[in-house]
Design a protein around this ligand. Structure first.
Ligand code: SIN
Length: 284
């Protein structure tokens, strides 16, 4: 197979054709990794034969897979794979996150060391809807006014999963409940509002309405307006690529320079996705 990589939009994103992720040599992997760093989102088409084992195996080539805190939504035999799905168990209970990420966010930004990349496989998709939006956070930073850049330079904002359990997030989302043990494994974390990507050296805005809820050293109300301005600025259409899923797309994205946003679909259809993530480092 001959690999081809084509940009998908002016904002970010590229697609790779002619790739079998379960059978990829070192040179092919290096090319995909480079394309991911360059385009921030990489769509690999036609991965119908990617089993959970192969999905995890491919993920491992980037680094150690992370395990999501909502453990009952991970595949029982493969805890590295998180299920995002509206399928139900025979008793009617969910098998995965039904409405995962329907707000702008960067995966696990509430962690001390947020995941660097996510790899989402479309196992079953609805005939329409359920698209995923991606936002280029380099462009979001670059296009800020000099005054705003000075205002946020060196400052930190606090990210939290828990805030979505007890109240509404800035995005208006309410998260599914966690056990006491799961909650105890989480804490709020402050990260720089602007992070420097460890591989490209470029600056990217690193706040998102899904998890970032206040500025460090300030009460929630004081920082709200500034954060709201940053969220609105980032998600302008010129910074966004809308991914309309095709069956068996595997989409990977770099959480260090993007945010993403799942969109609704008609629940009479099935949307069943498998997600892995790769452990990352502390933002600086
Ligand atoms: C996610 O936030 O990781 C899920 C995105 C999607 O299901 O489209």
């Amino acid at each position: 197979m001959t690999m081809e990589i084509r940009p998908l939009s002016d904002a970010l994103g590229a697609e790779a054709l002619g790739v079998d992720l379960a059978d990829l040599d070192e040179a092919g992997f290096a090319r995909l990794r480079q394309a991911l760093v360059e385009h921030c989102v990489l769509v690999v088409r036609d991965q119908a034969s990617l089993t959970p084992e192969a999905h995890i195996g491919f993920t491992r080539r980037f680094g150690e897979p992370a395990v999501h805190v909502k453990t009952e939504f991970n595949l029982p035999e493969h805890p590295e794979v998180l299920v995002l799905s509206n399928r139900k168990k025979p008793d009617g209970s969910p098998i995965g996150f039904e409405e995962a990420g329907r707000y702008w966010h960067s995966d696990v930004s509430y962690g001390d060391e947020p995941v660097m990349a996510s790899l989402l496989l479309a196992v079953d998709i609805p005939p329409k809807g359920g698209d995923t939006l991606y936002c280029n956070m380099y462009r979001a930073y670059d296009s800020l006014s000099d005054a705003m850049k000075q205002r946020i330079d060196g400052r930190k904002a606090v990210h939290s999963y828990l805030v979505g359990l007890t109240g509404k997030t800035a995005a208006g989302a309410k998260r599914v409940s966690l056990s006491d043990e799961q909650k105890a494994s989480l804490k709020d974390t402050a990260h720089p509002i602007v992070r420097t990507h460890p591989e490209t050296g470029r600056k990217a805005l690193f706040v998102n309405p899904g998890f970032t809820f206040r500025l460090e050293d300030e009460d929630e109300e004081t920082g709200k307006a500034l954060l709201a301005d940053l969220f609105e600025h980032a998600a302008r259409p010129e910074n966004v690529y809308r991914h309309i899923w095709r069956p068996h797309d595997l989409v990977m994205w770099d959480n260090r320079c993007t945010m993403h946003h799942a969109t609704p679909y008609d629940p009479q259809y099935t949307r069943h996705m498998h997600r892995t993530t790769v452990k990352g480092d502390r933002p600086v």
